[in-house]
Design a protein around this ligand. Structure first.
Ligand code: F6P
Length: 397
């Protein structure tokens, strides 16, 4: 029987993430070696799909041969090109209407035409919730789509694990190890802000793996007084230093997130960053406010509390993927091609359930137009939070 699919297009969307290249490599090798089909790489995410032409490049086992351990994506990424709502531009930049609002067009049809023009019979979309939302919408337009779940945040409900998370946690743990040296040497409070948006998975697993004292996550609102009590007890203990991990989306009980930078460059209009600094400053302020009769905030060796904050930021999602992620990516990339070719699983996303590969319908992954519908937060009653508490980690609650 002649197969429906003779050429597969692959694109990466959203933020970069360790393992994107490993997925591409596995998909290309599987497509070519197992099924004898051609593969085309679409550069720059949905923008490349819109532009067509030289944005479409042939991918062969030779071109992807050595990329398994390379960070980033050989296809480049774009995380603000929703072709269903594409901001209109002219020589002055973004076009605004008479009320000052940006004018958007639906240019998705252009992308479908470009797929046809390049003979692409199916599209593999490697991305997070925003990218997969468009993937679902293309499948509604008749495009054969298979999704691969990507995000260091590990906050997609439809799969147990997204690739990139293991690498990000590993890098954060390594970062804490370096901070620990200074913490120990100077009896300081070392605060590390980690990524994760509204989910605390990276912070929680980093905190446990790095043996930190405080972990602040968006799912558990923190009271700075509680945090400070814990810090104080660490500084008074024989170790005389304190390690704090703060998720970038951590919030105080009144729901205040530290810094939400409003921007048109983020899919949901917000970029997080700065909470680590705020927490460090608050700890210093509170602990240095009360002193004993000799003027010491803590003790003779810690006269004044010093709290230093570092945001590991993009360093946690750049660079080479971990061995775990390379294997996961190879599984995802290969299985995605098999799902297309053997099972005609169009409009699906590959996923991991109880350690086994499977597919889930994109309509279930992204059931509505709301970006957060597929969101998986940290289970605050789950085993890992309980473990952390048992180990003495303070969440500030
Ligand atoms: O979703 C992945 C992520 O790295 C988040 O953890 C972070 O808030 C965001 O992307 C940063 O995105 P950008 O690089 O566009 O600022």
């Amino acid at each position: 029987m002649e197969r429906e699919i003779k050429k597969i297009g692959i694109m990466t969307g959203g933020g970069d993430c360790p393992g994107l290249n490993a997925v591409i490599r596995a998909a290309v090798n599987t497509a070519v070696y197992q099924y004898g089909v051609e593969v085309v790489g679409i550069k720059n995410g949905y923008r490349g799909l819109f532009l067509g032409g030289d944005q479409m490049i042939p991918l062969t086992p030779d071109t992807v041969d050595s990329i398994i351990g390379e960070g980033g994506t050989i296809l480049y990424n774009s995380n603000k090109d929703n072709l269903f709502r594409y901001p209109r531009r002219d020589r002055n930049g973004l076009v605004h209407d008479e009320h000052g609002k940006i004018v958007y067009d639906d240019v998705s049809g252009v992308a479908v035409e470009n797929l046809k023009a390049n003979g692409i019979d199916a599209l593999m979309i490697i991305g997070g919730d925003g990218t997969l939302t468009s993937g679902r919408d293309y499948s509604r337009m008749g495009v054969r789509v298979i999704g691969v779940p990507k995000t260091i945040d590990n906050d997609l409900n439809a799969t147990e694990t997204t690739f990139g998370f293991d690498t990000a946690v590993g890098r954060c743990v390594e970062g804490i190890e370096y901070l620990k040296t200074t913490g120990q040497s100077h009896h300081r409070v070392m605060v590390m802000e980690v990524m994760g948006r509204d989910a605390g998975h990276i912070a929680l697993q980093t905190g446990i793996a790095a043996g930190s004292d405080v972990v602040l996550i968006p799912e558990i609102k923190y009271d700075i007084e509680r945090v400070t009590q814990k810090v104080r007890s660490c500084l008074l203990s024989p170790k005389q230093y304190c390690l704090v991990v703060v998720a970038e989306g951590a919030a105080t009980p009144d729901g205040n997130k530290a810094v939400n930078i409003q921007t048109s460059f983020a899919p949901d209009g917000q970029k997080y960053g700065g909470v680590g600094d705020q927490v460090a400053k608050a700890i210093e302020h509170i602990l240095n406010h009360t002193r004993d009769d000799d003027g010491y905030a803590i003790s003779e060796t810690i006269m004044d509390v010093e709290a230093r904050a570092v945001a590991i930021g993009h360093m946690s999602r750049g660079g080479s993927p971990s061995a775990f992620d390379r294997v996961l990516c190879s599984r995802y990339g290969s299985y995605a091609v098999k799902a297309l070719m053997d099972q005609q699983k169009y409009a699906h996303m590959v996923a991991l359930h109880e350690g086994k590969l499977t597919t889930v319908p994109l309509e279930d992954v992204i059931p509505s137009n709301q970006m957060k519908s597929n969101f998986r937060p940290v289970d605050v009653n789950g085993e890992l939070v309980e473990l952390a508490k048992t180990l003495g980690i303070c969440f500030g609650d």
